[in-house]
Write a protein that binds this ligand. Sequence first.
Ligand SMILES: N[C@@H](CCC(=O)N[C@@H](CS)C(=O)NCC(=O)O)C(=O)O
Length: 306
Amino acid sequence: MSETDYVPPRIWIWDKESGGRFAKINRPIAGPTHDKALPRGRHPLQLYSLGTPNGVKVTVMLEELLEAGHAGAEYDAWLTNIGAGEQFGSDYVDLNPNSKIPTMEDRSGPAPVRLFESGSILVHLAEKFGAFLPEAGPDRTETFNWLFWQMGSAPYLGGGFGHFYAYAPVKIEYAIDRFAMETKRQLDVLDRNLADREYMIGDTYTIADMAIWPWYGALAKGLLYDSAEFLQVHEYKHVNRWADQLLERPAVRRGRMVNRVYGEPSSQLFERHNASDFDTLTQDKLPEEDRGKVDPYRRGLDLEGV
Ligand SMILES: N[C@@H](CCC(=O)N[C@@H](CS)C(=O)NCC(=O)O)C(=O)O
């Protein structure tokens, strides 16, 4: 179908054959598609996720908390295969009615607390451990300004630009123009802010940086949608400076590896159940017969509910 001959019908009908990379998992309805229990490990925090930018925000935060000495931030990170529809399992939907990654369960209190939406997870963790979110005043407000900016803006980058530039089955000039313009505007917003600030709110590293980096830091470093040249991302030099600076942080490096299923085998840790997993269970370290599977990560765990 070309972009000019389509006339919307009076009533929209679900076309299951619409094509595109996500055609199989996209549905116009919510709710579970099948009964499925979720595994639970021994740590207080259970994360069900995937190493996409939204997932990485949370694993970076967890690794930063551990790096800062908050032992209570120990976590089990389970891989959620969204391509196979695992986000539509019954237990998953009970934790996250929106069926997206990341999803978390905090089991440290008297009753488990469910968490969905990466921004909400970041705020919960920041408040729980009193870290990476100023306690009061203008700095706290400025952190929220940028955190909510990210939550509102990234869908234009991912669902808009990324979808139409990289994933849609047809290249639609109008859509690519519209979202490339908005993506470049957003990069300029960040570039101007970072021109005279070390981090998003000033001198302090916060959950706003952790939320923005996996999307816009990765974009500026040419890691998203193979779009570096198209968007001329090198022009955003303050974003590039900040992105490089964050990438130097050991916790950011580790957080990027968790639940990652693409890239260098040494950068892929499908699941994380112990701090030592980074040294022993990346894909390059597994015997050939175990690669590409979650089994080796779950072996020996005292699993409840699977
Ligand atoms: N606003 C949500 C967005 C989460 C999101 O879109 N997750 C994607 C992967 S990055 C997902 O789970 N997609 C699966 C699906 O749409 O079924 C958040 O920040 O947590």
